[in-house]
Design a protein around this ligand. Sequence first.
Ligand code: NDP
Length: 674
Amino acid sequence: MTSTVLQNYILGGWYTASTGLSVIPSALDGAAVAQIGSSGIDFAAAAAYARQTGGPALRALTFHERAKILRGLADAINARKEELYALSAHTGATRTDSWIDIEGGAATLFTYASKGRRELPNDRVLIDGGVEALSKRGSFVGQHLYTSLQGVAVHINAFNFPVWGMLEKLGPTLLAGVPAIVKPATASAYVTEHCVRIMVETGLLPEGALQLIAGSTGDLFDHLTGQDVVSFTGSAATAQKLQNHPVIARESVRFVAERDSLNATVLGPDATPETPEFDLFIKEIVREMTVKAGQKCTAIRRAFVPSALMDAVEAALRARLEKVVVGNPVQDGVTMGALISTSQLRDVRGTIAKLAEDATIVFGDPNIPPPGTDADGAFISPVLLRCDAPWAARNVHEMEAFGPVSTLMPYTDLADAIALCNRGAGSLVMSLFTHDPDVAVAVVEGAASFHGRVLINDRDCARESTGHGSPLPALVHGGPGRAGGGEEMGGIRGVKHYMQRTALQGSPRILSAVTRRWISGAPELENTVHPFRESFTQLALGKTFTSPLRVITLDDIEHFANFTGDTFYAHMDEEAAAANPFFPGRVAHGYLILSFAAGLFVDPAPGPVLANYGLENLRFLKPVSPGDSIKVRLTAKAKNQRNAEYGEVTWDALVTNQDDDTVASYELLTMNAI
Ligand code: NDP
């Protein structure tokens, strides 16, 4: 590969800096892979362009339209993945490592695309929670909602996952309707640059939605505002420096940090060598040490085992580590690649020396290059340390060697294990290997608040477990304290990090208009035609149907009981029902009420209502006795178009009795033709 100059994608075009370039060396042999630089960029203009061009374009789209873009980007990355694999080899990554990065990154976008379609409305605002009653007569109510921030998301990424690290932030950001400026770590920026090129070349991204800084961020931070978000992944030192930028504090710029983490794993007291959990524990530690040559923010750094099992665990780990083959990832049989650079190699060696003040190296020599590796490459053997006095030690709980390095430590009892895990002072993930639910309960209650994710692995889930080190788009990634205090992904939670939650107050009529959801107390539009006769497009929110009263007799109740088989005593045995504190005597079944309500509101002839697909928030509020009457009021509450043929309608259903007391309330969901 010739040493090309990486391009910045700024203000809608590719820009190459001509001065201030630095060389990015290959992890494999130190040869130049590319040059990088961002001098000459007007960062204030880049931020303004994102806010003024990208933001409005994205905000004009609905969540579903944005989700479609994500899907298209993921498809394009998958279609051109081999180009990325070829570049990725220079980072020292094996094919498996790159698979996590490249295809794992595309999969993350796919997940966000599908969650956007399934869990978000085909709309631009997101309702948060229910309507809050704020007044006696109901003319003044509250409703929380999220709208897209009108700023730019600045993503500062670490070197270890040049594709996934970008996409796990980009998915939620774009879905939220916010443009991004991505700044990859220099060491692997050539992979990120190419991935951005692939995405830009799809033509799917609205102008201004994505920019790339290949190099320094210049004075970008001086131009941030309270509508912007910084999402950072990297070292604690850089996070602190950036977080302390005066503009971040002055403008209350959201700063999401994900940084060093001394992730722990615990072998449960029940997981003795003859149990499957013991083997799983050993495999997982070795996997975490060797995948990405241990350069994973989630890798296991501290492994805690019952003191009596220290020797057995050490022997089992050594036996497995012996089988690891370190080398150039393109060579057959290589199971662990290189660190990102020789400078990272120096860092890791330095940190191991610090750890060795507390512990003894029991496997691997960090200072001798593994056999057959290029002396100019960044190769290192996996290094296992053993620290028999973990409470007297400090460095092992505070210093992260960002390489294939882990320290084995004993615990006396479960409380000790929990306290030792928590000595990491906040981590992204901890894992526990146990088959005993009591052990799991104690660890979760004692340690979860210190860890962003807790994996409990055992024989039942091991085959399908995604493992200690894999952040998943559906689950929260981030952790308290030392881990940075940030939170990413977690499904739709991650989208909300790029939106503002606002508490709205006002009348039901106005808030219905703003939230595009009919709110009880807003005008009910009486129909000349039954609302089931109106297509999705014709149906206006607030359209209401009110049924006549229908008497419910004892015969009805007995018929329903015998027909369905639900002969529960509350419906069939007067004396037993009367003894129940909730019932005056025999009462109608809740499901009878629902069924009769359907019979009261339904308009039976074929029409635009295609299917009833469920109901939500059902509550039975008052019993119905034989001789009572019920009626139902059905109001079109919300609409969510799914595609060109049909959309979901949410109906507010209220069942009342002859005295206008509420008997049942729920939301009915139908699928209606457009
Ligand atoms: P850094 O903190 O040095 O870099 C992280 C990102 O911040 C990079 O994109 C870097 O760009 C950028 N950056 C650095 N300084 C500035 C600045 N002044 N203004 C704007 N951006 C800046 O971390 P590294 O990636 O080099 O990794 C170093 C250590 O961080 C690792 O050894 C490990 O301990 C930890 N780490 C933790 C991770 C986690 O997720 N917990 C992930 C990766 C690393 P550039 O590369 O151009 O300097």
